[in-house]
Design a protein around this ligand. Structure first.
Ligand SMILES: [Cu+2]
Length: 200
């Protein structure tokens, strides 16, 4: 048995005891609770294997200025510090149909079937990382207009609550089909990434 594997058993045991403690001092972890943890220990090597799976990261950035964004759109809209003032944001968007500080990086990813794509929001606003058949407008008509994208991507009209990624949140999926997949933010539809997935 490797040291690493042994360490996992110790950690899993500790976690079980911790859960037991959360139930209150009147319910100490019973021997049966520890026994029940055994199957989880057996599956640990499989989980270890999955963490070795190749991952490709896309990071979502913005540069919202909390003072002006929160004043215009509501408290809590922007949680970073400093950045582009809201009126400047709208002006730039109207001029250029996009604003570079709001972007997915990298915009192009090449990966293989079975590998994992992880998108993480490192901005100060909520974003989505939504797979679309064709890039299009999002769910905010004013931003669609300024971006020159009047046709809303249908996928953006079918978002679930979990699709809205708060600052710091990630979404992740294992790509299981070869080809090119398009991802966009359904709030800021100029935020885009193209992912090329090759056969294994
Ligand atoms: Cu966005």
């Amino acid at each position: 048995m490797s040291t690493r594997y042994h360490l996992l058993i110790v950690l899993t045991g500790a976690a079980t005891l911790f859960v037991g403690c959360e139930n209150g001092p009147s319910e100490p972890a019973s021997p049966s609770a520890v026994e029940n943890a055994s199957p989880a220990v057996v599956t640990q090597p499989a989980r270890l294997a999955s963490t070795r799976q190749a991952q490709h990261a896309v990071t979502m950035f913005d540069a919202c200025d909390p003072e002006t964004f929160n004043a215009a759109l509501g408290a809590g809209t922007c949680t970073r510090s400093g950045g582009v003032r809201f009126e400047k944001f709208l002006e730039q968007l109207g001029l250029h149909h996009s604003i570079g500080a709001w972007h997915f990086a990298p915009p192009n990813v090449t990966m293989r079937i079975g590998e994992r794509l992880v998108a993480t929001n490192r901005g100060g606003e909520v974003h989505t990382f939504t797979e679309v058949e064709e890039f299009g407008g999002g769910i905010v008509p004013d931003l669609n207009e300024l971006t020159g994208l009047p046709t809303v991507a249908p996928e953006c009209t079918r978002l679930a609550p979990g699709d809205f990624l708060q600052p710091g949140a990630s979404s992740s999926e294992v790509e299981d089909e070869a080809g090119v997949e398009k991802y966009q933010c359904c709030i800021h539809p100029w935020m885009r990434a193209e992912v090329r997935i090759a056969q294994k």
